[in-house]
Write a protein that binds this ligand. Structure first.
Ligand SMILES: Nc1nc2c(ncn2[C@@H]2O[C@H](COP(=O)(O)OP(=O)(O)OP(=O)(O)O)[C@@H](O)[C@H]2O)c(=O)[nH]1
Ligand SMILES: [Mg+2]
Length: 398
């Protein structure tokens, strides 16, 4: 009984501390547990970049090794104590786990440490919320957050929802939807989906107009930070936002370019992919991503200077398969060759088709090869459309 009372008192103390606005919302503890991954250090580097991209300026990484996650806290109890000390020292407003946690694990850590705890999915959702610009992008992020939140609405959790709003900037559904039950969320989800359908219908009309015009549509896809926007800008003289942060681009930007002797080309810069992209996001962004699926050709941009370029390319192909774009022809574009020993130029496969182009979007090296590659693809496609007798070029849509 006595122990019970003191536990209650401690809980009260913790609640008081929670109410105090002392924690620094730009400081975070990052938790990375090695569960036997061979590229653990790259995973650590990536989560650090994600956290920084969310606006955190001070952080400390807590590492650990486990054979499997602890059912209660994900990390072991001793590790949780270590995280708590680090959070206190840094006055951290957030603890970010580079893992997918169950609602119960997340709640347990949060209650134990009394520090807002996010898992990887929530962190990515937060970044997307900060970046969304267009009404469609905002609706899609809101939908993803609501669907994610609906899985977290469990007893004993809602009082913590009040502190939600991730890094204190974007608000988010937690703050406004707090007292709302699942039924309300379901209604809201339905409304959002309706609005999105409306927007997508409009886009369908625009797309059909484009298709009638016999325009070659090319989408730039790739891992986040591979240099897609930089390449897009270099090819179109546009000013799409490029930055050394993850998910700098969220909404698709499209420009028309002319690459003689082919027909006009519509080039789109798209949202970047990342390993373990949350399913709620893939689902919510399906419509935007479907633009990618409908493209005639994908420029798959790979950061050639990254030690994990192969894994990143494989992750991109995984998401492409998930959205049904795995059959769309690709030209692999190895970018950032200025930071490597590679020379600009193009590579063909055994059938003479262009398979890979080496460029530096920053220095413009290799861009003429890339332009030629797109034009060649466009020509091959046109002669394929006109009929087999006119197929003179070696490059055909695969
Ligand atoms: N060295 C070098 N850096 C480059 C090159 N192209 C892009 N970068 C840099 O890579 C970073 C990311 O570039 P972005 O164009 O924003 O990349 P992105 O693929 O659009 O990224 P997200 O929109 O975040 O998915 C920026 O700091 C660029 O300056 C290149 O050819 N060489
Ligand atoms: Mg970009």
């Amino acid at each position: 009984m006595r122990a019970d009372r003191s536990a209650k008192a401690a809980q009260k103390e913790r609640s008081k501390a929670a109410a105090a606005p002392a924690a620094d919302h730009r400081a975070a503890i990052i938790v990375c547990l090695d569960l036997g991954d061979d590229d653990f250090e790259e995973r650590v580097a990536e989560i650090v970049r994600l956290v920084e991209s969310a606006g955190v300026t001070r952080h400390r990484v807590i590492r650990g090794r486990r054979s499997r996650p602890d059912p209660k806290f994900y990390a072991g109890r001793g590790k949780v104590v270590e995280i708590g000390h680090a959070a206190a020292e840094l006055n951290a407003g957030y603890v970010v786990f580079n893992h997918e946690m169950s609602p119960a694990q997340q709640r347990n850590v949060e209650q134990e440490l009394n520090v807002r705890t996010l898992d990887r999915t929530e962190l990515i959702l937060e970044i997307f919320a900060q970046r969304a610009q267009t009404s469609e992008g905002k609706l899609q992020v809101e939908l993803a957050r609501l669907e994610h939140l609906s899985t977290r609405l469990v007893r004993g959790w809602t009082h913590l929802e009040r502190q939600r709003g991730g890094f204190g900037r974007t608000g988010g559904p937690g703050e406004t939807q707090l007292e709302l039950d699942r039924r309300y969320i379901a209604t809201k989800v339905k409304t959002l989906k309706g609005k999105l359908r409306q927007l997508q219908k409009q886009r369908g009309v625009q797309r059909r107009a484009r298709e009638r015009g016999d325009v070659l549509s090319v989408s730039i896809v790739g891992y986040t930070n591979a240099g897609k926007s930089t390449l897009f800008n270099a090819l179109t003289n546009a000013k799409a936002y490029e930055a050394d942060q993850l998910f700098a681009t969220l909404d698709t930007t499209t420009r028309r370019i002319w690459l003689p002797p082919a027909n006009p080309v519509v080039l789109s810069d798209t949202v970047g992919f990342i390993r373990d992209l949350p399913h709620t996001l893939v689902a919510a962004f399906r419509a935007t991503l479907e633009e990618t699926v409908r493209a005639d050709l994908l420029l798959h941009v790979v950061d050639a200077s990254s030690p994990v370029r192969e894994t990143q390319a494989a992750e991109v192909n995984k998401v492409l398969a998930e959205i049904g774009a795995d059959a769309t022809p690709q030209i692999i574009v190895w970018n950032k060759i200025d930071a490597t020993q590679l020379a600009p130029g193009m590579e063909r496969d055994q059938y003479g088709r262009i398979s890979r182009v080496f460029v530096s979007a920053r220095s413009a090296a290799g861009l003429n090869d890339l332009r030629a590659a797109i034009a060649e693809y466009g020509q091959g496609r046109n002669s394929a459309k006109r009929g087999p007798t006119e197929q003179t070029r070696s490059l055909q849509p695969q």
